[in-house]
Design a protein around this ligand. Structure first.
Ligand SMILES: [Zn+2]
Length: 397
């Protein structure tokens, strides 16, 4: 049925309403008859008319409803019935052992840990470190959670924790680097929220110190975000921020575990020297400094280009990118525990115009994913590799 409207589109008065009347079933109608309560406002003295037994059984709110004469719901009071289904559920016959979900009265270990003082202080330390702001969306205050980067239940399982004493001794559980402040919405979006934690891949990057050059935008920024997501501590180092090759970077190098040579530039035909400086020389100098300090474990990853493997539009650029690959390959296998790998991206969309229109374009995240994997322990046998990330664009083998 459609309602009629006037010329201005307004409803014409006096038409039947579209709302459907609530139809009561026969049973409810009979119940109402039995209880002798009419729909609407109950009389004020109704409470006094109840028998003593019923007065004891009904809850405080129901009592007030009776005393003040408020509107009664359709499910009416019946002699001998409990006040509401809620009171029935929490009553004695569903408590403790009588409850079908009874598990022996012992608090599970993951709850025991969460109730402990160690957990509370660990949580507080992370909130204070992040200044009570969500790491992803910068929301300050409100409902904030502490998210475990390596899932909490997996730590308990891997370390075989069964008592609270074992939990307190476990160092991994109280590592502040394993936590981050997230708001409720961002927490739900993580890869390890709730049931999704089952598919967690342990990259073992929590607390690792990483130096990335050219991480203020584009591929560098994507790599930085991706690694920080895995709990690594990244030091960004770019021309737009604080780039000063001779002074500021070198004191940091002894403290880092992973070096990512990402900075680079295409330049023009004429300034081959500048192209060589930014692409090859910077990488060689940082890598040499990185190797000067003895390490048991380390990763060096250089972001080259597909034009380091085949001919490209600019000879100087191709030459310097090829030098990067050659440098990494030559170092591979010479240092125990340290791997040297190169990534050769194709055309990546970094919000800068291309000199010509490429056929296939990738995202910065595509490069960041493989870099994150190469940084991890899972890639410890990949050394001296040159991996193309170009969607099938290049021609070389
Ligand atoms: Zn957030």
């Amino acid at each position: 049925m459609e309602l009629k409207r006037d010329s201005k589109g307004r409803f014409i008065k006096g038409q039947p309403s579209l709302r459907k009347e609530i139809k009561l079933s026969k049973e409810i109608k009979e119940k109402i008859k039995q209880t002798n309560i009419k729909k609407g406002i109950a009389p004020k003295n109704r409470f006094d008319k109840l028998t003593k037994d019923i007065k004891k059984k009904i809850s405080k709110t129901v009592k007030l409803q009776y005393k003040n004469g408020r509107k009664l719901s359709l499910s009416c009071w019946k002699k001998g019935q409990r006040a509401s289904p809620k009171t029935e559920f929490t009553s004695e016959r569903m408590k403790s052992k009588n409850n079908p979900n009874w598990q022996g009265g012992i608090t599970p270990i993951n709850l025991q840990i969460k109730q402990s003082n160690n957990y509370k202080s660990w949580r507080k330390a992370i909130f204070e470190r992040d200044n009570y702001t969500c790491v992803w969306c910068n929301q300050r205050g409100g409902k904030l959670n502490v998210d475990h980067i390596k899932p909490y239940n997996i730590i308990i399982k891997n370390n075989n924790i069964k008592t609270l004493k074992q939990a307190i001794k476990c160092k991994e559980l109280w590592n502040i680097n394993n936590g981050r402040t997230l708001c409720l919405n961002c927490h739900k979006k993580t890869d390890t929220y709730g049931e999704k934690a089952k598919y967690y891949f342990d990259l073992n990057l929590i607390g690792k110190k990483i130096l990335i050059t050219g991480a203020s935008c584009g591929i560098g920024l994507a790599i930085k975000k991706c690694l920080e997501n895995e709990g690594a501590k990244c030091i960004s180092w770019s021309r737009s921020e604080n780039y000063n090759l001779d002074c500021s970077a070198l004191p940091i190098i002894p403290k880092i575990d992973i070096l990512i040579n990402n900075v680079g530039g295409r330049g023009t035909w004429n300034n081959w020297e500048a192209i060589d400086n930014i692409n090859y020389k910077t990488m060689a100098m940082l890598t040499n400094n990185f190797l000067r300090n003895k390490r048991k474990w380390g990763r060096v990853i250089t972001i080259s280009s597909i034009y380091g493997k085949e001919k490209g539009p600019n000879p100087a650029f191709t030459a310097s990118k090829a030098a990067q690959i050659a440098y990494m390959k030559s170092l591979a296998g010479k240092y125990k525990g340290i791997t040297f790998n190169t990534i050769c991206p194709g055309h990546i969309n970094v919000d800068k115009p291309f000199p010509y229109k490429p056929k296939i374009v990738g995202k910065p995240k595509d490069v960041a994913n493989i870099v994150t994997f190469l940084c991890s322990d899972l890639a410890s046998h990949i050394n001296g590799a040159c991996i193309t990330v170009d969607g099938g664009e290049s021609h070389s083998f």
